[in-house]
Design a protein around this ligand. Structure first.
Ligand code: ADP
Length: 283
């Protein structure tokens, strides 16, 4: 059983030929609501990869809240610890222009209000095999979850994204860190404190560095790339779901799932299920 403590938000994606100047109004071409958030995406990925998953997080009291809850519940993720708080749900207002250039405004909303954990959250973490965290909710809540997991022999997987300066206690409480190349470069030596470090390398796959200088690498799976959004979250959720089988097997599953996620448009919609990953691994 995996517990994810993290973010959930609605992406508001507007497509426009030319973005407006300050004070100007232009007609857009298209609009889509896309459920996301690293926490929610990774929870769904872990569930589709075969794990039982519970999500601890928060939505607001707006029209997006019900839909965000439904997306998790429909995927089979436990939502008994998804709370509702006053104010907006987390959102990302995304504008994609004719040149394919993105501008994104993220409003933390309910995610920013996930500052503390309740006794029932801690109980769920204590009973889990794996705790999976990212950094789209306040660090004190992440640290509290990680410490509680450590105290109860729950394996802690940290995806330190978006990258930010973290107190040394956070690194000390992580068993496994999953980073992409950019994150690895900016975090640097702090990763030395983590026993198991997995670095994703896009089309080139991923590497693993374990205790006692053990290292492994797994090549990327060749696929027809449509949209790489969500590949990292799919990789991380799948890795957490298969960590019990050891780093080599977990890396193979995560690389297959991450590659499959690039073959479809969108973040959550592109996350593969158990059978699709098994088929890719058999090829
Ligand atoms: P992020 O999206 O967080 O920057 P990466 O780009 O490293 O992370 O992608 C995460 C994982 O997804 C990679 O380790 C790889 O397994 C898979 N992946 C991403 N892009 C490709 C690709 N073009 N071809 C095959 N696999 C890919």
């Amino acid at each position: 059983r995996i517990v994810v403590v993290g973010s959930i938000n609605m992406d508001l994606v507007t497509t426009v030929g030319r973005r407006p100047a300050p004070g100007e109004t232009v007609s857009g071409e298209d609009f889509a609501l896309v459920p996301g958030g690293k926490g929610s995406n990774q929870a769904i990925a872990a569930r589709r990869a075969g794990a039982e998953v519970d999500f601890i997080g928060a939505v607001g009291d707006d029209v997006f809240a019900g839909e965000l809850r439904r997306v998790l519940a429909d995927a089979g993720v436990g939502v008994t610890r998804l709370r509702q708080v006053k104010g907006p749900s987390g959102i990302a207002a995304i504008v994609v222009d004719g040149a394919g250039e993105n501008t994104i405004i993220v409003v933390g909303g309910a995610n920013s209000r996930m500052t503390a954990l309740a006794a029932a959250d801690l109980a769920l973490i204590a009973e889990a095999d794996v705790l999976l965290c990212q950094l789209e909710i306040p660090v004190p809540a992440v640290l509290a979850a990680m410490r509680h997991a450590r105290d109860h022999e729950t394996t802690v997987v940290l995806n330190p994204s978006p990258v930010q300066d973290l107190p040394a206690e956070v690194w000390a409480a992580a068993d496994i860190a999953v980073v992409n190349e950019g994150e690895s470069a900016s975090i640097g030596a702090a990763l030395d404190a983590v026993p198991h470090v997995i670095t994703t390398l896009g089309a080139a796959g991923a590497t693993y560095r374990g205790p006692d200088g053990i290292s492994l690498s797994h090549p990327g799976i060749r696929v027809e790339v449509v949209d790489t959004t969500g590949a990292g979250d799919t990789f991380t959720g799948t890795l957490a779901a298969h960590w019990h089988a050891g780093p080599a097997t977990a890396l193979a599953w995560a690389c297959a799932a991450g590659a499959l996620a690039t073959t479809k448009l969108g973040a959550s919609a592109s996350i593969p299920n158990l059978h699709e990953i098994e088929r890719a691994l058999a090829d």
